[in-house]
Design a protein. Structure first.
Length: 253
């Protein structure tokens, strides 16, 4: 009987510790766009939460996702106000769900970030800003940028990198089109092919020849196909960098 009571007391203590840990962290809201990237971000927060918070523990997380098809209507026409409207819709829903700050594990839609941040009911972490901080911390001087064509040709990374006096390079147009096609016809569905994997590594090899000292995986699905240790350049995995930044912010580190 004493053993049973002791075990019950121990379980009660663990339950109290879990409740205490949850109350001491900020509730993370994930504004999702493509589900593969959002799932990887969520998984990273949960898997790595235990390193700081204890076994099976992580901050409270809520996620809202308008269908990618809704985003694509606006992305294809360059309607960033429309993108901002979807992001703000998710922001409001997550605010009502109790989130205390927001992240979006999608690089491309950060082109609408300035509008969103101004009108959002909650503060945000900027994925490009977090990647740029990591590039600076790692003393990288000229990362290559991979992502959707909209991202590679847009201002999201140039703006944050230039503020930190970090150079950058993007692939030529033909490769930008090829990468974009792989992302939208394969990676967003979780499809990984050997041919596409070789294509990405060929692009990275050529970025190295152009003087790049690292490569930004600036689409949240690219880490599914470009794995650590396989690239000739050090990688800046935007999905996991954002997830880890959110985790640190949530636990007050």
């Amino acid at each position: 009987m004493q053993v049973v009571n002791d075990l019950q007391d121990l379980q009660n203590l663990h339950n109290l510790q879990d409740i205490y840990s949850a109350e001491m962290t900020k509730h993370i809201g994930i504004v999702a766009c493509s589900y593969e990237g959002a799932a990887l971000c969520y998984q990273t927060i949960c898997n790595e939460g235990s390193k700081s918070m204890g076994e099976h523990s992580h901050p409270e997380v809520s996620l809202h996702n308008h269908p990618l098809s809704e985003y694509m209507k606006f992305i294809r026409t360059g309607d960033w106000e429309g993108i901002a409207g979807l992001m703000l819709s998710s922001s409001e829903k997550l605010y009502r769900a109790g989130a205390e700050f927001l992240i979006s594990p999608d690089n491309t839609i950060h082109q609408a970030f300035s509008v969103v941040a101004e009108k959002s009911p909650l503060p945000w972490l900027h994925i490009g800003g977090e990647v740029a901080k990591m590039a600076q911390k790692s003393n990288f001087k000229k990362p290559g940028i991979l992502g959707t064509r909209f991202l590679m040709e847009g201002p999201v990374y140039p703006e944050v990198l230039e503020r930190m006096n970090i150079g950058f390079c993007i692939p030529p147009e033909e490769q930008r089109i090829g990468i974009n096609d792989i992302i939208f016809t394969e990676l967003v569905y979780g499809i990984i092919t050997e041919a596409s994997k070789k294509y990405f590594h060929k692009v990275i090899d050529e970025l190295k020849l152009k003087g790049c000292d690292s490569v930004i995986l600036g689409c949240t699905e690219i880490p599914l196909i470009v794995l650590p240790g396989e690239s000739v350049l050090p990688i800046l995995d935007s999905t996991r960098i954002l997830a880890r930044a959110a985790l640190k912010y949530a636990i007050g580190e």
